[in-house]
Design a protein around this ligand. Structure first.
Ligand SMILES: [Zn+2]
Length: 286
């Protein structure tokens, strides 16, 4: 799907799908009173793409921008959007730390070497923003701790902190009455480790929280499709199966895969094997 296409997901929600090099989904909630953006994008160019699409649709300029988590690809676009940032306290703290960074190739490589930055992030920042690279980090103006409701007229967006392995500040946005859930990268692995991983300790409670929303559409940060409720339930089942299997069989991947055959009656497919590997990599962090 081309990354310039703004799709309408529901009555009040629009979606700019993820694009290259590593641009995440951006969401737009259009109320009778105000427009709210969900995540700020990977760069000013990414944010401008969204703002131009809004203008072309006749959608009023954003009143606020709410962030799912602190990762660069979700926040660097903020300087191009002239609206206050809303963020969880942990996200705000991380962004305050990033404001002191340099973003040259040399500085990025130094942070990769020290383990502070991932190779994947550094490579994608270089592709998204060419040298000489100026990054203006915008500080959130509205900071919350657990959850926050934003009333936009005829639609409300509830932002709720959920955490997870990917980033402990991860939040999801529940748009009511549309039954849309914007979840950023919260189901993803922790990438700040030699081998990316998932843990039962963090993922299982997060799945329980997500499944309480009973929505129709789920928008993920880097998924090129909008997930249905049935697809989320199925993914949660797979994650539970893989996690339980690793709990039972430990770091023995073959035994965990065979254990799944006993549990489900069928062989583990490639996606399940990948999940098993993630949980094995996360055993040390359980
Ligand atoms: Zn992320």
């Amino acid at each position: 799907m081309p990354d310039t296409t703004l799709s309408r997901i529901s009555n009040h929600v629009y979606w700019l799908p993820p694009g290259k090099p590593d641009r995440p989904s951006l969401g737009v909630v259009v109320g009778a009173g105000h427009t709210l953006l969900l995540d700020a994008g990977a760069s000013a160019a990414h944010a401008h793409l969204l703002l131009a699409a809004l203008s072309a649709e006749g959608i009023p300029a954003p009143r606020y921008v709410a962030l799912t988590h602190w990762h660069w690809d979700h926040v660097f676009g903020a300087s191009a959007i002239h609206a206050p940032l809303i963020a969880h306290a942990r996200t705000a703290r991380k962004i305050a730390g990033m404001a002191g960074y340099e973003w040259s190739d040399t500085a990025l490589e130094e942070r990769v070497a020290s383990g502070e930055e991932t190779r994947f992030s550094a490579d994608n920042i270089k592709l998204e923003l060419l040298e000489p690279r100026q990054v203006e980090i915008v500080q959130p103006e509205i900071v919350f701790h657990h959850r926050l409701d934003i009333h936009l007229g005829d639609v409300t967006c509830r932002i709720q902190h959920v955490g997870g392995d990917h980033a402990d500040d991860s939040c999801v946005m529940f748009i009511e009455p549309d039954r849309v859930l914007f979840i950023g990268d919260c189901l993803g692995e922790n990438l700040h480790a030699p081998t990316p991983y998932l843990t039962r300790r963090r993922l299982f409670p997060l799945l329980d929280t997500l499944l309480q929303f009973r929505v129709e559409h789920i928008i993920e940060g880097h998924n090129p499709s909008v997930m249905s409720w049935a697809e989320l339930v199925s993914l949660a089942d797979q994650m539970h199966l893989a996690g339980e299997s690793v709990k039972q069989y430990g770091a023995d991947e073959t035994a965990a895969a065979h254990g799944l055959v006993a549990l489900t009656g069928s062989a583990a497919d490639a996606d399940l094997l990948e999940l098993i590997r993630s949980f094995i990599a996360g055993l040390a962090s359980e």
